[in-house]
Design a protein around this ligand. Sequence first.
Ligand code: HEC
Ligand code: HEC
Ligand code: HEC
Length: 507
Amino acid sequence: MTLTDPDWEAMAGPRVDSAIVEQIAVENLGAVAGDAWARERVAEMALEGDDAVELFVGEKLFGRYGCAGCHLVPGHYDDTPTGTELTFEALKELTKFDFGHEAAHGLPGAMHHTMPEFFRSKLQDPRIFDRMPVVDRDADGEKFVARYDQKVKLPDEKLKMPNFNLDEREVELMVQFLLGLRDDGIDDSIKAHLEGDAALVEAGNRAITKFNCIGCHHVGQYEQFVHVGGENDEGSFEAIKALFERSEEYGLWNAEQVASEDLVLFHENQWLANEFYYPEWEESPWIIDEDEFDDDFLEITEAEGRYLLPDHFWLYGLNEGAMGEYIDEKALRPPTLRKEGEKVDPEWLYNFLLEPFIVRTHVEVRMPSFGMTEHEALALVRWFSDKAGEPWPFEPEARVELDLELYVKGAELFTEAKCNSCHPSGAVLPGNPDKAMWGPDLALAKDRLKSGWIHDWLLNPPEFQPGTNMPNFMGEFSDGEYSAIYPDYEERIGMLVYYLKHLGEGE
Ligand code: HEC
Ligand code: HEC
Ligand code: HEC
């Protein structure tokens, strides 16, 4: 087999029209000392050898079209770029932009005489300013653009920026970038001047970036606004379907389960590795319980022809936790820190950040010691509490005298439910040989976890953190209603929380 195409091979090479080549050469040289002189020079050049004029013209055109802007060619390493310098583009006076005839007064649909509009039009259609709208009047005397003529220009004078066929969004992003090309810095009046608490939160945000916490954890630092688009219901349906299919790229958590026919979505407060939130709906005001998820949402919606779709939504924690991708077993990855502020005691967190230690004996990577300053640790604690909407300053949990009876009941329940089969508590390691099933050391819960959080966790772990290996002991949500396994589940949870928060004190 060969890929050689004999027909193509037999084709003659393109022929060069030497009259045209010579004309271009004359145009190029004419500027130096007039056409007569140029014609003489070209005639001399032609005598030098077969290709002399062609080579001369080729090199001129190479320079004119800025080929060296993208290609390396010896002798052209230092060519002046063919385009306009853009370094301080946004500082250029508006009058220096050549709008051609596009912004002319009285032109129907005339372009706004503004910088963004110039950039936008230029990027969409680089030669737009070379055309001439020809205006006519219709039967009612209304003006309209009958056609566009091209301005009479020498080839040399025509606009030469290539058309990159940018889409609307790319054009918009470029326009914003161009508008930022100025050297006068950001005006002090539009800079945020943060003080006190707001400054502390921002310091936390910077510490997250500085130590690259998102390399290992999902923390929800980055948010991305996603516009679903689509001109009509059908269009947005297709758009959202495409998004779901690209869920990997967006890092969505189990995107197929995002919604059901009644638009069931993740909870606002859902504690997920990767969240997919719809806080604002175009058409529907609710955020419903994820128990009503229906895997077949898309098919059902399509079949019924009912489209209740979001116009836009926010994605949190995009591209975070990349380290986890190298560890197949989810349970052995660095833990998600979404809602960490809701979960752990601020003082514990502060100490942990300054001097991390092992919480999960089974997790294979370690939390590094960053040698951060106390201020950075405090700022991080504040940042996590802010993300979780926790009060600040925080109130430490009240310590009361030990209620031995409650403690013993809790201990019994703990044994009965075999909590230790998955959880180490201090030196006692779990009975379950499969480390991927293990949970954190519960001897730490006392200083580490907030009582309210443990309560919410125990109500139904799989709903609290979908995908967790911890089973539900007390009951589950279905259709937004909690169906308890034990009628006294609240009491039982209370006992367990009490036991964990006092572990070791009643022995
Ligand atoms: C905006 C950048 C850009 C400019 C300007 C540009 N090129 Fe290219 N050119 C490319 C890229 C990128 C490729 C690689 C193939 C592709 O992606 O199309 C290429 C490929 C080529 C190739 C094919 C090379 C090969 O071995 O496949 C030739 C020949 C070429 N360019 C010539 C030119 C000439 C002549 C000019 C000036 C008239 C020019 N290019 C201007 C970007 C550019
Ligand atoms: C190299 C990966 C890595 C980086 C980077 C990293 N961590 Fe960790 N982190 C871990 C691992 C692994 C654990 C689990 C440790 C354990 O449970 O024993 C952890 C645990 C934690 C915990 C305890 C969570 C809990 O509920 O048990 C917090 C809080 C935490 N990290 C915060 C941070 C912050 C803040 C940063 C940035 C300053 C950071 N981590 C950077 C790997 C990392
Ligand atoms: C089948 C294994 C298993 C059993 C049994 C189990 N857990 Fe868990 N538990 C886990 C895992 C795994 C986690 C960690 C959550 C996650 O990341 O999936 C966890 C997390 C927890 C947490 C949160 C700890 C933290 O720091 O994040 C508490 C509290 C807890 N379990 C309490 C209990 C109690 C109380 C019992 C007994 C009623 C129990 N667990 C039984 C597997 C188990």
